[in-house]
Design a protein around this ligand. Structure first.
Ligand code: SF4
Length: 353
């Protein structure tokens, strides 16, 4: 009979897990409101939607809702692809008022938008909240001055922090988008960005590793050898550390990596990308957490262990195509030492040699 060494709650809380996903009806407004095109941004490719005038976008949104099957509902309607709060006020109000009608009808539960940190102020946020806005996602990308300057974002770290505070003070949900691997970012700064974002108590975080897309200023820099994207393996560990921090803070990671449509995939020139990037990151987060808790083999007289883990982690524990197995082997854990159960706990048991 093996003795229990430690029983621990699984690091990702069920509440944080529940915050992932949800049915979202995206209203895509590529580059709408943006004062300029940022170095790395190609929203038309990223959203698979051509830039269009607001009248057309508004009409398309209303047509789509009118054509939706009766009784169909969404968790959220989301204005994505540009800087929503930098639109002319009359348009912000038109979009929000239309969304409010559908909210009153019970077809959508919440309304969210994405925007730039330098495009919000307290009075406007209060007004938009009264019109039905619930969540503001700020495309912070980084809080680091050098990375923001090199990337030409047009605001500083203090502006980004202040904007996050304004969103929360207005009683709105805060989402923070970060871009690890941003040009000018130094090693370790992506982790500092995540820590700063979590200190601002967001409802959720998105992590979009910086990619080089065709038809961007970054593509030109990359061709000149002036930008070196982060390698995939290094980025996977950066994301893994970030995910673990988010789990420990109880903050869901809403998304990792861009959603690659075939059209977008054709225009990605370089950068850390993988169809299972989220799994790569989560399996590393699990490993980093397990490594803290598994008694080290070399630290005699700690016994070798066997693990009993939540069944829902079985698809991620060993990583994509078992890539984490060598890491666990170094801790003395082989597949035959691992079993699964339906509880939300990790049990570290003594293993008979
Ligand atoms: S990164 Fe954001 S602010 Fe910059 S061009 Fe793209 S959508 Fe606009």
């Amino acid at each position: 009979m093996s003795a229990l060494i430690r029983r621990l709650p699984w690091p990702e809380a069920p509440a944080a897990r529940a915050g992932r996903g949800g049915r979202i009806w995206p209203v895509l407004l590529p580059f709408a409101g943006c004062p300029r095109r940022c170095l790395y941004c190609q929203q038309e490719r990223q959203t698979d939607t051509p830039a269009r005038d607001l009248e057309s976008a508004f009409a398309a949104m209303q047509e789509a809702m009118a054509a939706a099957p009766a009784g169909r509902t969404w968790d959220e309607l989301a204005f994505y692809g540009g800087s929503f709060t930098a639109l002319p006020e009359v348009w912000i109000e038109r979009f929000l008022q239309a969304a409010a009608v559908w909210k009153r009808q019970g077809r959508i539960r919440r309304v969210r938008c994405s925007t730039r940190p330098d495009a919000v102020d307290a009075a406007s946020l209060a007004r938009w909240k009264a019109l039905g806005l619930d969540v503001v996602e700020l495309g912070v990308q980084s809080f680091q001055e050098h990375a923001l300057a090199v990337s030409g974002r047009g605001y500083d770290g203090e502006t980004a922090r202040h904007a996050c505070g304004l969103v929360r003070q207005a009683g709105l949900g805060l989402g923070v988008q970060l871009m690890p691997g941003l040009p000018g970012q130094q090693p370790g700064e992506a982790g500092q960005d995540v820590a700063q974002a979590l200190a601002l108590r967001p409802e959720g975080i998105r992590l979009y590793p910086c990619l080089v897309l065709e038809d961007t200023a970054l593509a030109a820099r990359w061709r000149q050898g002036l930008h070196r994207p982060r390698p995939l393996e290094a980025m996977a560990w950066t994301l893994g550390r970030a995910v673990l921090r988010c789990w420990e803070a109880g903050v869901p990671v809403w998304r990792m990596g861009v959603l690659e449509s075939p059209a977008l995939a054709m225009h990605i020139l370089a950068g850390p990308r993988h169809p299972a990037l989220g799994t790569m990151a989560r399996s590393r987060a699990i490993f980093l957490w397990m490594r803290r808790h598994i008694p080290r083999r070399e630290a005699a007289p700690d016994p070798p262990v066997r693990l009993i883990l939540p069944r829902r982690a079985s698809g991620e524990f060993w990583g994509v195509a078992g890539e984490m197995r060598p890491q666990y082997a170094r801790l003395g854990v082989l597949p035959r030492h691992v079993a699964w159960h339906d509880a939300e706990t990790v049990e570290i048991m003594e293993r008979m040699a």
